[in-house]
Design a protein around this ligand. Sequence first.
Ligand code: FES
Length: 353
Amino acid sequence: MSHETGSHNDVSDNLPSEQHGGHGAEAARTDPFADPGLPPHEHRRQDIDEKAAKHSERVVAGLFTLSMLGTLGFIASYVIFPVGKIVYIFPVGHVSALNFSLGLTLGLALFCIGAGAVHWARTLMSDEEIADERHRVDADDELRENVRQQWITGAKESGFGRRKLIRNTMFGAVSLVPLAGVVLLRDLGPLPEDKLQHTLWAKGKVLVNTNTNKPLRPEDIVVGSLTFGQPQGLEEADDDFQEQIAKAAVMIVRLKPEDIKDKREADWGHDGIVVFSKICTHVGCPISLYEQQTHHVLCPCHQSTFDLSDGARVIFGPAGHPLPQLRISVNGEGNLVALGDFEAPVGPAFWER
Ligand code: FES
């Protein structure tokens, strides 16, 4: 849509000088490819009949209002319908009540905004076509002023300022629609709170062999072996078994005490037995390859390598942190027990620690 200041009734004023009077049959006689020009502008009913314009205004406002109701219906459906409720709707058949109502109400809200805008443009905004010459690319002051005037005229003709009912309902509809997306954020689930920082390990928790589920005793762990363990009481049948084992799985090795380079590591172990998280600190693969001569463990996913004789320090690969160590001791029954939780979150860092 284009507008020319004060030129509603005389379109020919905007045409290039050679086009004046050159359109139509006369021009076609001298040039078979002559520009036929624009057909005369025909006023719509709404342009000449204020009653019809008012009717269109009410239709547009009604559509925007319907959009608002659609958005509110979307939010209400989200709250009212349980996830598993199935209903029969002719002719669609059996469908999820929640999905059907969410789709219907959001569709209605978006459709009514579009339909309202189109109806407004087609019936109330100016539809006069204007031909104009191409101008130079750079704009001089006069042209800028001209554009400014056209903008003001366009704004006036759109009725944006004058037709307050349309303007206000449109603002209402457009500003309510994003609420539908905000409501869906709830589907991301509850916040994890501090769950990522803790595992099942706690003071006194007995270490059991992952394969036999039997408590581990220091004499079960021989130098050069790699044993996988978990906290006692964690059963595969538990609902949250996968989530818990993904954080609590450990590997247990026994080193000769003189081979341990890190003093804290030795202090946190028991007679050369040290326990580390089995979950790689790169992106969380379970580590399983142990090289007993060098005391290195290798993650099979991207080859991060950790030195278990030196605080599980990263010596190669993309992992950014050492494997967290579990502090252990032996209880009165001679079983290996934890003395607390890991000192750092296991697995990939979810923040810089
Ligand atoms: Fe272990 Fe990538 S997950 S190196």
